[in-house]
Design a protein around this ligand. Sequence first.
Ligand code: ZN
Length: 489
Amino acid sequence: MLPVRRFRISLASIVAALVFPAPFACAEDASVLRAGVAAVDITPKDFPVNMPGGFGPNMAEKAHDALHARALVLDDGKTKLAIVIVDNLGVAREAIDEAKLLASRKCDLLPERMLVSSTHTHSAPPSNVIDGPKEAVAYRKILVAGIAEAIIRAHSDLRPAAIGAATHPLPDEVFNRRWFLKPDKMPLNPFGGKDLVKMNPGTSPDVLLQAAGSTDPDVSVLSVQDAKSRKPLAIYANYSLHYVGGIPKAMASADYFGEFARLMPTRIGAKADGSDGFVAMLSNGTSGDINNIPFNVTPPRPPREPFEQIRIVAGKTADAAWHARNKIPAHKSDVSLGMIQREITLRLRKPTAEQLERAKAIVGITDEAERAKLPPLAEPYAQRAIALSKADETLRVPLQAIRIGDIAICAIPFETFVETGLDLKRRSPFPRSIIVGIANGYNGYLPTPEQHKLGGYETWLGTNKVQEDTSVIITNNLLEMLAELAKQK
Ligand SMILES: [Zn+2]
């Protein structure tokens, strides 16, 4: 029974209801979840446009498949939040913040209640070119508007919903890509020294000794359905795999993330063309040191045609997501939401005086024969060292933690190593935790301090930019935030 005083309507409450219609409208259903979903096409229109992610330019001439921004908005009557996945290598914070602001002006959602992560497809245009080639500048507009529109549309789609989560293992498509090599097989790094481990060392048994880290086999799934019809509304999945690749040059593609979204409706009885409003999306987990190359697998994987491996991995990931969804005992409507965003300040790494001197000497070499004697990638890393010497001393980055009933989501703005994801999942106070990487910005790799000691590509000054204990700082902050969310339950 509602208290009698509900009939006493003051002028203040009328004004408040007019100014803040949404929270008041659903106040009586405080514990009933609502959800909305949307997918917005963000495929580039102007070609050629460069696709960052490699060491040289890769100018896209056309798109093989569409790129999307996909959004899920959740509302329990007290807390309203958006979770967005964008088909991009890593959308810069500046562009994401602009999109969040745009969306917040059009709907009743705060920017700090929006999680926007990138899939890390290596075949998408840059996210933040403001002054440069007109195709790239034009793409930034499509991207920012697309992210905002996905949130706005998902928000306007809110309806009573039920949610559940589960995981299913898919161990055979994730491989740790950092390896100890047999004696005398380690090549020089760009700084003229030798690391203890090598990224992507090839598949030769004459070279490989053992992997330097672990993998996370789990495909995690957040499943949302309409509370009344029980029809599926959304699948939000997460897998710790860098990307698949095998895409010809000059072709934009959403990689296996897009193919997963395309296949998933068929798995769970939704319309494959998306006409019933169902949206599937796959986020990148903690995959900084994980990829899809079977370094030590017998028998070896046969050669694939372009896009073939993408289709295979997407199919298996969709299968795993389907198995996971089947494990959910019951989708629940009486879940409460919580979200915390915290900004942390990190020190940026700087080259030593000696490293800077060497970098300047390298970029000053004009003689071709002298340049040919340099170790591989010496020049780009010399440029990066010089750039870091001129950069700010510190970097502020956002961390986010979300509670959806007894499910937790953590968002980290780096290419996070799998060790950090596994550690967070293990130490989280929630029975089920999903760790999303490349979220709310893109700040390079995040090796653990132990992995920093081993060296290798991801730890190099310029690939990694922040103080070497950053993963510890981030883990400690997120665990504090999770503990706070667990207390609010
Ligand atoms: Zn990467």
